[in-house]
Design a protein around this ligand. Sequence first.
Ligand SMILES: Cc1cc2nc3c(=O)[nH]c(=O)nc-3n(C[C@H](O)[C@H](O)[C@H](O)COP(=O)(O)OP(=O)(O)OC[C@H]3O[C@@H](n4cnc5c(N)ncnc54)[C@H](O)[C@@H]3O)c2cc1C
Ligand SMILES: NC(=O)c1ccc[n+]([C@@H]2O[C@H](COP(=O)([O-])OP(=O)(O)OC[C@H]3O[C@@H](n4cnc5c(N)ncnc54)[C@H](O)[C@@H]3O)[C@@H](O)[C@H]2O)c1
Length: 471
Amino acid sequence: MSEIFDVIIIGGGTAGLAALREVKKRTHNFALINDGPWGTVCARVGCMPSKLLIEAANAFHHRSTFEEFGIRGAGLLTLDITAVLRRVRRLRDDFVASTLKTTDALGKRAISGRARLLGVDRLEVNGRELRARKIIIATGSRPVVPARWRTLGKQLLTTDTLFEQESLPSRMAVIGLGPIGVEMAQALSRLGVEVMAFGENNTIAGLSDPQINAVARELLEREFPLYLGEKADLDAVDEGVRVRSGATEVVVDRVLVALGRRPNISGIGLETLGVELNGQGLPPVDPHTMQVADLPVFMAGDANQQIPLLHEAADGGHIAGINATRPAPVYFTRRTPLAIVFADPGIATVGSGFQSLNGKKILSGEVRFEHQGRARIGQRNKGIMRLYAEPESGRLLGAEMCAPAGEHMAHLLALAIDRSLTVRDMLRLPFYHPVLEEGLRTALRDLAAQLPPCGESDLAACDAFNADALD
Ligand SMILES: Cc1cc2nc3c(=O)[nH]c(=O)nc-3n(C[C@H](O)[C@H](O)[C@H](O)COP(=O)(O)OP(=O)(O)OC[C@H]3O[C@@H](n4cnc5c(N)ncnc54)[C@H](O)[C@@H]3O)c2cc1C
Ligand SMILES: NC(=O)c1ccc[n+]([C@@H]2O[C@H](COP(=O)([O-])OP(=O)(O)OC[C@H]3O[C@@H](n4cnc5c(N)ncnc54)[C@H](O)[C@@H]3O)[C@@H](O)[C@H]2O)c1
């Protein structure tokens, strides 16, 4: 007779750990199975090491503002790239260790091995069959690398291998300009690598508003060339790797491939669940319960390909963990959409992005940061933010931006959208002076000018001075 667990979680990443946190509260009869290294993609090879590299790159890049501030000698500063990468790994190891505390404490209930489903209540791992009343699939995702490109060997990097490098080459191509490509291309360029970036689409970093995209492109192009609108292809040549994209052909030392990520579902036996799988081999998953069809099976995190972001993986795992330990699933309302790309200026989409409002009647308000007072003070006066609102009510619906302090502005806007605040509600809030958020207020005023006027006794009607020092 094989063992019967209340819950088996497959995948010890962020979604799996979030599920575990909930499952543990309700039963001790569970198992967590993880294939490959423990420690989560986020901490090992994702969010954390990428942000570590970006911070070092931006710190070095700030020397370009020193002369204007009156600080001399910036040209004498040098970069010890080996030390930069060593720090990335040192802090990365610390972050990984923080996640291992949870799984190390599980003892025999943490199983290292590759799980394969045998049905809705059975799976196989390390040649052993386990049974479970409920199963949570949280197997994450991995970088897409075309089979033909794999022959490039060590000349081809992904974010799985980038942070393990001891040094960086002189010339690199970054292929794919989604969030990963944009973040890493800018960081590598700021760390002194000659970067050439290729994207098959004309839009970058997940943006959909053409005006924001145009500004983001223009700002990045000041730092390194972007070749957009054509699929890139690679070949090994004597001098390195040849990248071809439309009429462009360049030879580089190494290539960072950032073509997207694919759910880890091949060979895990989803076909044994007895539900129809879509073209990508995925079963139907309710984003409010994380349940797979009406089965005692749940699927969370990057594995279900719904919203491949850390906080969404954590939420999905949380929901799956609760629902896998209840007789009937609870329906959860998901958070206001928020996606941030840690470029400089910061790129973000909040609430409904421009594309999702396509065809709907909306008002848009805009600010450009060239003349914004605080941004000029800090030499950060680049970028644009556009807000979208409902014409009748003035309710904020969404925003896209490539703006200084974009990650913080995006959170403020997410709060406003989540609370269904209107443009006037927001203009009634305090804006300290001089702060970058006054730029956000300018965009709100742009929207307010398109709405029916409010009364004189309402501070929301407070106009701009049209003076850089005061707005
Ligand atoms: C470079 C990079 C930067 C990122 N930056 C950000 C960011 O700044 N902000 C943000 O929100 N998101 C970011 N992300 C995305 C974020 O990291 C992911 O959305 C998140 O880590 C997904 O967590 P998960 O639990 O679904 O998967 P994972 O953490 O990948 O966990 C899945 C686990 O399941 C294991 N597994 C797979 N198959 C099996 C099997 N058959 N049996 C047992 N175990 C299996 C895997 O080995 C893995 O350990 C970034 C991602 C990358 C790659
Ligand atoms: N800051 C963040 O929140 C953050 C950072 C990094 C990653 N992530 C998450 O990780 C996921 C994966 O990121 P990603 O940037 O790898 O994927 P992505 O799918 O967003 O972007 C990949 C891009 O590569 C392009 N591409 C594909 N083949 C190509 C080719 N041959 N030549 C040129 N371009 C090609 C695609 O058109 C696409 O635009 C994202 O969806 C995101 O959710 C988030």
